[in-house]
Design a binder for this molecule. Structure first.
Ligand code: UDP
Ligand code: MG
Length: 322
């Protein structure tokens, strides 16, 4: 039975996760054992922990697990490159050995109880399986509202993202090969993966509370991630700017006509308020528009440099055992 089971890799980016790692590894080890029993995972299946340049004991923990636990493999990045790059590094590393890879967070927020369903869907022939959150009641009101706003903006801009799906997903080897062809520096995986286009399905789950430690996504990082998502996948904001420019130009023609008429008719008023208001309004709009254009130019700048997205400092790999 086990011969036909797929080689499954769990890919887990870890940044300063010493508080949760022991529990994460314990749970995923039990999971791999039970998946092997059910014929859902082969003995070569592994969990690949990617240390994203942590400053705490994360890497020494990973090395320790690797020595004792044959399921554990580790990759150490030379710098902190952010969740998306760490995840990509893990997926590209796993691609060399796996039939399918499932990405999940180190903090056990992605419910490990539904992992079997991902592999079942893979065995039914899906190349991508998206984990979708049933409800967001473990989030704060603020995070929930901003997340909803984000998905709405993406929809209006015509970007294909799966609603309430973060980065809990399974990808087949074929899908990982396809992913490797997307070379962008400004990574937004949940926008790229739907572009791959192979057969996909969903698994629904309830997001848990963080098991231990603190969120590594403070507000500032979250907002810049959302902006990255929008500007990497849509040029509509640029078009909106031109439309806004046209609208304002048309309105100002009317304003000019009104000013001329009132001047010649002799009922011109001092007009100070109007002038000040328009200066502020136009000044503001111009700055906003320049900001948007600048944002895109900045992206082009970082893309043309085509710098490596991550650098691997160390790789702890297990040769097949059992
Ligand atoms: N993470 C990472 N590099 C970073 C920030 C986060 O690899 O620079 C990892 C982190 O260890 C976790 C996952 O990304 O496994 C999600 O981060 P977190 O749980 O802090 O985000 P939240 O769930 O609060 O959005
Ligand atoms: Mg989390």
């Amino acid at each position: 039975m086990e011969n036909q089971s797929p080689v499954v890799y769990f890919v887990i980016p870890c940044y300063n996760e010493e508080a949760v790692l022991p529990e994460t590894v314990k749970r995923l080890t039990e999971k791999l054992d039970s998946m092997r029993e059910k014929g859902l995972a082969s003995p070569e299946s592994r969990m690949l922990l990617v240390d994203d340049g942590s400053r705490d004991a994360t890497w020494s923990l990973i090395s320790g697990f690797h020595e004792k636990n044959p399921y554990v493999e580790g990759v150490k990045l030379a710098h902190n490159r952010g969740h998306q790059n760490a995840l990509l590094c893990g997926l590209m590393t796993a691609r060399e050995s796996c039939d399918c890879a499932i990405s999940l967070d180190a903090d056990l927020q992605d419910d490990t109880g539904v992992l079997d369903q991902f592999v079942e869907k893979y065995l039914e022939g899906c190349d991508v399986v998206y984990g979708v959150r049933n409800k967001r009641d473990t989030d704060t009101w603020f995070k929930r509202t901003t997340a909803e706003g984000f998905y709405k903006v993406m929809k209006v801009l015509g970007v294909d993202v799966v609603f309430n799906h973060a980065d809990y997903r399974l990808m087949s080897r074929r899908a990982l090969e396809a992913l490797s062809e997307y070379r962008e520096t400004n990574l937004f995986l949940r926008g790229i993966v739907p572009l791959i286009g192979y057969r996909s399905d969903y698994v629904y789950y309830d997001r848990q509370e963080r098991f231990a430690g603190e969120s590594k996504y403070p507000l500032k990082k979250m907002l810049s991630f959302a902006l990255d998502g929008i500007t990497s996948f849509s040029v509509k904001p640029l078009k909106l700017i031109s439309n806004l420019g046209i609208l304002i130009s048309v309105l100002s023609v009317f304003g000019l006509l009104y000013a001329l008429v009132s001047y010649f008719a002799g009922w011109a008023v001092s007009g100070w308020t109007a002038i000040v208001c328009s200066i502020w309004l136009l000044g503001g709009l111009q700055m906003l528009c320049l900001g948007v254009v600048g944002g895109y130019i900045g992206k082009i700048y970082s893309e043309v440099k085509d710098r490596p997205r991550y650098r691997i400092e160390d790789h702890l790999k297990n040769e097949p055992k059992d």
